[in-house]
Design a protein around this ligand. Structure first.
Ligand code: E4P
Length: 216
């Protein structure tokens, strides 16, 4: 499973990227609005660093989504256009695919939606596991079903586990067959932290320093 960061905070993404395990970023209109930065500047800057930057359209009709998607895709070859799963969105996906634009279909809440999105040509689908859990269903189950369906029917669309809220979601996404997990920075930092690593290092260094002191 590849690891993306779910954020539009360019400085934080740069900090994480330096660690070497992040290969993409996903943004959405809420995250971009929160950053206070100019959307196209965010996408262009991130696309220079990462092989995948999902940039979401805000138009609601298929023609508008298509036009906006074409403009976003022209910013950089690493920009992937994010289209919401609506009937208008599906039409836009088909039109963008006919122009060779890479598309991530977002706001997926069931394996049926994922299969339909794949059939109109989505390169990526993003089931929102945290938001599915919020309404009393299992987000991870939607990932497992989607992965099974895609494998059974030889569908090349990649599954991005999105709306990841805590470290257990990340592991569950990997075990249930997500190809990619897009993870908020706060959860990524938690994933890297383990108290035994800190205690272990503290002890190693204390032992090391003791020997150095004795040799003086
Ligand atoms: C996915 O691409 C979305 O940006 C994101 O994962 C939504 O997560 P949320 O439910 O925590 O807002």
């Amino acid at each position: 499973m590849r690891i993306f960061v779910d954020s539009a905070d360019v400085e934080e993404i740069k900090r994480l990227h330096k660690l070497g395990f992040i290969s993409g970023a996903t943004t959405n209109p809420s995250l971009v609005a929160k950053s206070g930065l100019e959307p196209e500047k965010i996408y262009t800057e991130l696309a220079g660093l990462l092989e995948h930057v999902s940039a979401e359209v805000v138009a609601e009709d298929s023609e508008g989504m298509y036009e906006e998607g074409k403009r976003l895709a022209s910013l950089h070859p690493n920009v992937v256009v994010k289209i919401p799963f609506t009937p208008e969105g599906l039409k836009a996906v088909k039109a963008l695919k006919s122009e060779g634009v890479r598309v991530n279909v977002t706001l997926i809440f069931s394996s049926a939606q994922a299969l339909i999105a794949a059939r109109v040509g989505a390169d990526f689908v993003s089931p929102f596991i945290g938001r599915i859990d919020d309404i009393g269903y299992s987000g991870v189950e939607v990932i497992s079903q989607t992965a099974k369906i895609f494998t059974l029917h030889d569908i090349p669309t990649r599954i991005i586990a999105a709306s990841i809220r805590h470290p257990a979601h990340f592991i569950d996404a990997a075990l249930s067959g997500a190809h990619i997990a897009t993870v908020p920075p706060t959860v990524l930092w938690k994933l890297m932290k383990h108290p035994l690593t800190d205690i272990g290092l503290e002890r190693f260094l204390a032992d090391w320093r003791k020997v150095q002191e004795n040799e003086k």
